[in-house]
Design a protein around this ligand. Structure first.
Ligand code: ADP
Length: 549
């Protein structure tokens, strides 16, 4: 029997109408390239998004046109977030911190016809604009000096001029909810970037999930500061969730520097924030330098994208701020598991276990653990295998790429290794591509890195696999010492004794100034492997033969 329900589509136009009509008075505070504060309401946002859509109509860009962006977390970018997909076009957010070659590759593969960019990205863009055969319009945001306006192969117009004459569009078209709305490319740490096209429906469902109390839990009483670039998995979906919930939204602009974030927190008093661990540990360090003891009304920080150190969770707890770990991927529309502590976790041990896990899978998605031969392992918190995930906001395929390996019976292979326990908590032990298989046994590099970081002289650490004749692979440690510290490999090895299995302890150690990280703050193992192969000065502290179990 068919249901009797209406079949209205979940489109971003519907979200925009709700944001405007019901949450019209909620505010967006954003920071311009000049550091100026701009405030607008959700109703203003809908108006300007409508003007943008109208301007694109006027210039003859049809439904399905791909509009690329090279922009920070600004109000103009947010207007494009809504105006472009709600009008049936497709937004394509490009990571501004990638090398120009990668940006060119991505823009070309997404078939970008319009590029909207912050003026400071104009020169970089000019260096590859000629590689985009479909490019017809460049829209610049923010002040542009004549010297920084190199010749483009097509019309270039300032954003405010573009939308000035537009009549705000209110008759948004009906769009099939399964049509593409936004394209994001995966980070490309392990190969060429691959495009994921989110649908209107997947964005809607994920935003609803974020609003629930078991996730970020947004309401119209909140003020949200996502310290997440808008090109990073749709800003983790947070802007859409904010529009849905009607909470005030703070967009930090192009700078996620700790001093800029602290200034925003002081001035705008957010209640909820989000971002990668590096950002929040930098904020903490800056607070300590300044002798600050709190962050105003801030009550929780959703933190993910990389493992959240327990020390960071504890430090924020001491400030009265709950740091909640989240796990997700570009392919899963970001936050897919959240480490909220349930009521039954009454013992200190239980609470610690919940807080240190990557999180519990959110309702709507399912996870399982699989061994490398494809057999499903028990969800018992012990069996380690690849975490696989499926659901309506998990990608089925990649844009124009014949990829065969990413699915197993319809489940997305995440490349993350870990356990799932009987309560649905995911605990990552490693990433499959980084895993170190020594004598047939996995050594989880995340755990080893964390153990090394507990040495008081260590500022940062990374572990990679190196080939070993007897054990096939052994872990090698790359360490950054705190200023004026002199710990050597023997001391660090001694520190690990008793903290990790003896056979995990690396024999090869290297000391460098900074661990290479990707543009989104993850340890860049690919880069470290390159340096390790070419120029790393290793200390061999014990013969590999003695290292085994
Ligand atoms: P994102 O841009 O959301 O970080 P990517 O697709 O670039 O997504 O990377 C996803 C990967 O990041 C995950 O597969 C996992 O390896 C890692 N990751 C994300 N969140 C966490 C977390 N909380 N702890 C450890 N690793 C994480």
């Amino acid at each position: 029997m068919k249901s009797t329900m209406q079949a209205n589509q979940l489109g971003l136009a519907l979200l925009l109408r709700h944001a405007c009509r019901v949450n019209g008075r909620s505010r967006i505070v954003s920071v311009t390239a000049d550091g100026l504060r701009v405030e607008q309401t959700f109703a203003d946002l809908a108006q300007r998004a409508g003007r943008l859509a109208h301007a694109l109509d006027q210039r003859g860009f049809p439904t399905g046109t791909v509009v690329g962006t090279l922009a920070g977390a600004s109000r103009e970018h947010l207007e494009a977030y809504l105006g472009v997909p709600a009008s049936g076009r497709i937004l394509h957010t490009i990571n501004v911190r990638l090398h120009a070659d990668q940006q060119a590759y991505i823009a070309e593969h997404a078939n970008d016809e319009v590029i909207m960019l912050d003026s400071q990205n104009l020169e970089t863009f000019a260096s590859f604009a000629h590689r985009l055969p479909k490019l017809r319009l460049v829209v610049t945001v923010g002040p542009r000096t004549p010297s920084a306006a190199p010749l483009m192969p097509c019309e270039t117009i300032d954003y405010e001029t573009l939308i000035a004459d537009g009549v705000p569009r209110i008759d948004w078209p009906d769009i099939d909810e399964n049509e593409a709305a936004i394209i994001c490319f995966t980070g490309g740490t392990t190969g060429l970037p691959k495009g994921v096209a989110y649908s209107h429906r997947s964005i809607w469902l994920q935003a609803m999930s974020i609003c629930t109390a078991n996730s970020v839990g947004l309401s119209s009483n909140d003020c949200l500061l996502p310290a997440v670039p808008l090109y990073h998995v749709n800003g983790w979906g947070l802007p859409f969730a904010a529009l849905m919930a009607g909470c005030d939204l703070i967009l930090p602009g192009a700078s996620m520097q700790p001093s800029a974030l602290i200034a925003l927190i002081k001035a705008e008093a957010p209640t909820i924030a989000a971002g990668v661990p590096t950002i929040w540990s930098d904020v903490l360090a800056e607070m300590r330098t300044r002798g600050m003891s709190g962050l105003g009304r801030l009550k929780s920080v959703s933190c993910g994208g990389a493992q959240v150190p327990q020390r960071l969770v504890d430090d924020y707890a001491a400030l009265g701020i709950r740091m909640v770990q989240a796990w997700g991927m570009t392919e899963t529309s970001s936050m897919s598991a959240i480490a909220q502590t349930p009521a039954w976790a009454s013992s200190a041990d239980d609470r610690r276990r919940c807080a240190s896990a990557q999180g519990r899978v959110v309702c709507g998605l399912e996870v399982r653990v699989s061994d490398l031969d494809g057999a499903t392992l028990p969800a018992d918190g012990v069996a380690v295998g690849e975490i696989q995930i499926r659901g309506p906001w998990v990608t089925q395929s990649y844009l124009d790429v014949e990829e065969r390996n990413h699915l197993q019976d319809g489940w997305l292979r995440t490349g993350d290794l870990g356990t799932v326990d009987a309560d649905g908590f995911i605990c990552l032990t490693d990433r499959l591509k980084d895993a170190i298989k020594s004598g047939g046994e996995w050594i989880p590099s995340l755990a080893l890195e964390n153990a090394i970081r507990t040495h008081p002289s260590v500022l940062d650490a990374a572990v990679i696999a190196v080939a070993d004749e007897r054990w096939q692979e052994r872990p090698a440690a790359i360490v950054v010492l705190k200023p004026d510290e002199t710990a050597n490999a023997s001391e660090l090895r001694a520190h690990l004794l008793g903290r990790v299995a003896k056979w995990w302890i690396p024999e090869r150690w290297a000391f460098i100034d900074a661990i290479p990280r990707t543009s989104v703050g993850k340890i860049d193992k690919k880069r470290i492997r390159q340096i390790a192969g070419a120029s790393m000065a290793w200390t061999l502290d014990a013969p590999a033969a003695c290292a085994a179990r």
